[in-house]
Design a protein around this ligand. Sequence first.
Ligand code: AMP
Length: 360
Amino acid sequence: MVVGVLGGGQLARMLALDGYPLGLEFVVLDPAEGVCSASVSDQLQGDYDDEMLLAELANKADVVTYEFENVPAAAVEFLSGKVPVYPPPQALATAQDRLNEKTMFRELDIATPQFAAVNSLAELEQAMDQVGWPAVIKTRTQGYDGKGQAVLRQVEDLAPAWESFGGVPAIVEAFVPFEREVSIIAVRSRSGEMVCYPLTENTHREGILRLSIARPGDAMQALAEEYAQRLLSKLDYVGVLALELFQAGDELLANEFAPRVHNTGHWTQDGAETSQFENHLRAVLGLPLGATDTIGYTAMVNLIGDFPAVDDVLVNTHSHLHLYGKEPRAGRKVGHINLRAQSRNALEAELKLILALADE
Ligand code: AMP
């Protein structure tokens, strides 16, 4: 079986690495030369809206998936007329626009911060009464890793924030004084089977994920699963979905979802019975899903901008290094380290060493 992937970055690479034991082959479509997945997949090089290349991809692949949510919706629509494409185009269209996303949370009774759509400075000024201070303004589309957003603390912040976005449609939402950020990685197969991984606790800095810790047995697991399952069912979803939430008191507020394998699920490669990558492939191919139980206690530390000497990482015998084959560059995710330990205490002690290695 051949799996087609829109995008040839590290997520495509890790999908391929976990697909080979299942006898799968991979072909990616990506405009860039020398993509991350190049050593483990074939590549069609060109634009995502090139219909000749999309048709070639559909011809070569038995099923097509995607590794980032900013692929043009029209490309996915075009492909889905020729070959099964999962997750479904509706999930992609919803996740691409923060307004659609938050509206869907509301419809499904999934708690989310107060929000309002804003299309002008006047609307922003008005919306502040409804949303309250402080607030966060975000572009409706194309934002990632904290880009395309600004915190609003006083009236004087409104005009500069609005102008810095160049007047594109935006959403303003209440700033949540959260105790922690968590995510739930959920999977739904073509037959409708659903499984979730244990909750993941996440730390971001400068809008970029730095650290994820798996929290099996967490008190918020049941609520997070309930929310994720509502989304999966509503979207008739197939594949892995990551739902990111803020915890404030005993409440979980949905921030956003990603219709794909997700950075906060990378720990599953070494810390779960079946990785998120393998389960995504199983789901899109209509195969039975694998168990999501943890193996020991696991955390993941992102390597941003640069990576330490390989020996320095591996000298800690419980660390598992994943490098993406990318040139180091400021702010770029170039790899991650999964750490696995026999107890929560051991994990916390070893995590300090790994965080220091990653300059965290
Ligand atoms: P996002 O691009 O929506 O995932 O936001 C990136 C990061 O900004 C989040 O992981 C949070 O740390 C922070 N953030 C986003 N929205 C809010 C909010 N409404 N309240 C507080 N922090 C937020």
